[in-house]
Design a protein around this ligand. Structure first.
Ligand code: ADE
Length: 813
């Protein structure tokens, strides 16, 4: 089952980032009898046809009456589910339908009886839906929902017919928690600090007389609070948003009750607590939990004392051992260790057994209850067997991985260099490492190891096996490396000294600091491991940038912009790269290069504000289109003409000509890194952070470096050498992508390993290398140009100036 793209490999500050699996509308795991609707226009537009990307019946669910009269489609997910994303589509049915929902609302119920309305974190119920009948629109639910039943209610202000197809995304809610109660969170109003509101703003139960009950909220939304509780992961929310917090003046302790879907055998409870003791906040000092297996509370609590920590102010998970006690409800009293106590998440771990008989032994000295489980004598044998099986499996996996590693080392491209030139040891006689060692006696194991130790020196590939050279000195533009625009020094990238966080200061950045509170979040455009790209309204940006500054399209005095934001807890390497990217971008000024408008770097999270490109990236744009023909016209299929494609190629060559004139090497030119605005102007950009979307385009070396090998020149792969000439190679591949309308990955029939083998053939140039084929749409003269970009010898490759001059006349024709 494929996870939906987007935030896929984000480091976990939210559970939603990895809980994004399709729940089964499209593939039929959700059966027809789990689908209901308030009405249907005809039996061929019933709820069973509301499946994303399917075109059965008359192509979608369409209600009978106007949706404004609360029409709904209901899905029974069969069990409690953590719902994080909704995808919608209209009725297309091979272009004979054109009904879709521009907006919709979501209601949900955990028990099928009590229904609640979903609202986003700003309190808005409306979700933006489709703009046409064909494309699906995927929306993140922020906050996510824990539910079993979901209703989608199309909203319309016009009297048009509406039809919907949907997919729901998420994962199973294994905690089984269906509600918690707690005292309402409080406000912290310290003199000299901003007010922190520590309430539970997404709680979906009842608020009454200072108590919350019957619902779930921020403690189960998967968002883990930061060390500084005033900082938040969300835009446009107040300080303290991620935490629910209480003060010790009005409460002796905080009592919470947790109700579960069924009786469970609890192993532990994890409480994510703040510990910012400089602001009088600490994790709880102790907790006592009582258990209700059926109808009455058991007298004996489990008590747990935490180890208080006055040295490390990090927020943390405190794991409370629940001693395998059985219950359907739990009541826990948390005791203060300081003035404030703040939680951002609580989760429960329970075993599969529903009932469990326990004997409890009070250990009064430690204030702990430990439980002794009756033993039928088979448990140790079972545990022994399990441990043996696990050990055997680990050994087998280790052996397989080791074999793969050794085989790769022996079988991959073997490079040696003598004084002047590279010798490729692809010849079968060198397949045997013993022969290899006889042939090159200086290549001893120890020399290999020390020569490949890393550092910034040019890799000496005379002194290490290709594997080692490739791995340890491999270009360090891993996923951590957002910046790939780099000055050409004539040498390879190792000669470029690393800028450190300390050495890169505000004065290096020529873009102006924009007040971050004037950035109003609209929607998320992309996400990666180290941050997110958001569409924002920038209030007062025209005035801020001043007269004469060419501005993106505007709406009143605000302007739509793309805001790339680094996560506050990104590594210092990522932070450094982000600042480097800002520094480089602030010096670029060309109609075909994405423009940096301003920055917010005086405080965290670091942001760069660029112009917003309405048509997204070129890869997505082309892959959703066909070549223009009478058929596309007659059927209203989104299309592009050959002259559009040529115009795109010219624009990219023009942007690259500009970069080359400044001696900048892009190092990752590809359609995924070109953006299109409303008028189809192309601007070259670089997306270190949103790269997850295209992660299959990158080859991962030992989890460290990530290389776009299918776009890379042979010398970049084998020698780590990046120049404008290797950008020209990538330009050839980008042209190929354009003329295949991005329907296929380059060398799609070759595995990553075979692409690297093919690189060896490019170097040897003995006619055995596999070239990309001529795309049927591509004029022959243009394919010749592509082939020149892939010349083995660098002087034989065209320059970007030459490419631009060669391509330009095609457009006018
Ligand atoms: N995704 C990343 N950057 C973008 C931009 N500037 N415009 C539109 N989408 C983007």
């Amino acid at each position: 089952m494929k996870k939906i793209k987007g935030w896929v490999s984000r480091v976990n500050f939210t559970v939603s980032s990895h809980c994004r699996y399709p729940l089964g509308m499209e593939d039929g795991r959700i059966k027809d009898d789990a689908l209901k609707a308030s009405s249907q226009w005809h039996e061929t537009t019933g709820p069973q046809y509301a499946r994303l990307n399917r075109e059965e019946g008359h192509g979608a669910w369409c209600p009978a009456a106007q949706p404004s009269v609360s029409q709904y489609l209901e899905v029974d997910l069969g069990r409690l589910t953590f719902l994080t994303v909704i995808g919608t589509q209209g009725r297309y049915i091979r272009n004979s339908g054109n009904e879709f929902a521009r907006e919709y609302r979501v209601n949900y119920s955990r028990d099928g009886k009590l229904w609640k309305s979903w609202r986003n974190r700003q309190g808005n119920e409306i979700i933006e839906g489709n703009k046409d009948a064909y494309n699906s629109v995927i929306k993140d639910l922020r906050p996510p929902i824990v539910t079993r039943y979901v209703r989608l209610l199309p909203v319309t202000r016009l009297s048009t017919t509406i039809c919907m197809r949907v997919e729901l995304y998420g994962c199973s809610w294994d905690d089984g928690l269906i509600s918690y109660s707690a005292p309402e969170g409080q406000r912290m109003q310290p003199p000299g600090y901003p007010i922190a509101n520590l309430n539970d703003s997404t709680y979906d139960g009842v608020h009454e007389r200072g108590k919350l009950f019957g619902g779930l909220g921020q403690l189960t939304d998967g968002v883990i609070g930061q060390d500084d509780f005033t900082r938040t992961h969300e835009y446009s929310v107040w300080p303290g948003y991620d935490y629910l917090g209480w003060k010790n003046d009005s409460l002796e302790h905080v009592e919470m009750e947790f109700v579960f879907d069924r009786q469970r055998n609890f192993t532990s409870m994890k409480v994510h607590s703040n510990n910012m003791f400089s602001r009088d906040v600490k994790i709880f000092s102790s907790v006592s939990c009582w258990f209700k297996p059926h109808f009455v509370w058991e007298a004996e609590p489990v008590e747990f004392r935490t180890v208080l920590d006055d040295r490390n102010p990090s927020a943390r998970y405190v794991t409370v051992d629940l001693n395998h006690r059985t219950a359907k409800s739990l009541r826990c009293r948390f005791y203060f260790a300081d003035v404030w106590m703040m939680f951002s998440e609580i989760s429960f771990q329970s075993g599969n057994k529903h009932t469990h008989v326990q004997t409890k032994v009070q250990n009064s000295k430690k204030g702990k209850i430990t439980s002794v489980t009756p033993d039928d004598g088979k448990t140790p044998i079972l545990i022994g067997c399990l441990v043996t099986i696990i050990l055997l499996l680990v050994i087998i996996i280790f052996l397989i991985l080791w074999c793969q590693y050794v085989c790769k080392v022996l079988e991959k491209v073997r490079i040696q260099i003598n004084d002047k030139h590279l010798i490729f040891l692809l010849d079968p006689q060198y397949q045997n490492p013993a022969v290899l060692r006889n042939k090159l006696p200086e290549l001893s194991q120890s020399a290999e190891a020390s020569a490949c130790g890393g550092g910034y020196a040019e890799p000496d590939i005379t002194q290490c096996t290709p594997h080692q050279c490739f791995h340890s000195n491999a270009p360090h533009y891993a996923e951590t490396d957002i910046v790939r625009l780099q000055g050409v020094t004539g040498s390879n990238m190792y000669a470029v000294p690393a800028l450190t966080v300390d050495s890169l200061t505000r004065k290096d950045i020529s873009a102006a600091e924009f007040p971050r509170q004037q950035l109003i979040f609209r929607e998320k455009l992309g996400e990666g491991q180290f941050g997110e790209v958001h569409l924002c309204e920038a209030e007062g940006l025209p005035e801020f940038l001043g007269e004469g500054s060419p501005l993106p399209d505007r709406d009143g005095h605000s302007v739509l912009v793309a805001v790339k934001q680094l996560r506050a807890d990104a590594t210092s390497q990522a932070r450094n790269d982000f600042l480097k990217e800002i520094k480089i971008m602030s010096r670029l000024n060309d109609p075909n290069i994405i423009r940096l408008l301003c920055v917010c770097v005086s405080s965290d999270p670091l942001c760069m504000v660029t112009e917003y490109m309405e048509n997204g990236d070129l890869n997505m744009f082309l892959s959703q289109r066909e070549i223009e023909s009478t058929l596309t016209h007659a059927n209203n299929i989104p299309s592009v003409s050959l002259s559009d494609l040529l115009h795109m190629a010219v624009q990219i060559s023009s942007g690259m000509k500009y970069l080359a004139s400044l001696n900048f090497v892009h190092r990752d030119l590809a359609t995924r890194n070109c953006l299109l605005d409303r008028r189809l102007t192309i601007k070259i950009a670089d997306f270190g952070m949103s790269r997850n979307l295209y992660s299959s385009d990158y080859y991962r070396i030992q989890g460290r470096a990530v290389l776009p090998i299918r776009w890379m020149a042979w010398e970049s792969i084998l020698l780590g050498k990046f120049t404008t000439a290797s950008d020209v190679w990538a330009f050839g591949v980008t042209l190929w992508e354009i003329f295949t309308l991005c329907k296929e990955q380059p060398y799609s029939l070759l595995s990553d390993e075979q692409v690297i083998e093919n690189t060896g053939e490019f170097f040897r140039n003995q006619g055995r290398q596999i070239f990309l084929y001529a795309p049927p749409l591509c004029p022959p003269s243009l394919f010749e140009l592509m082939m020149r970009c892939w010349s083995r010898d660098i002087p034989d490759r065209p320059t970007f100036e030459g490419l631009y001059q060669a391509l330009k006349p095609h457009v006018n024709q």
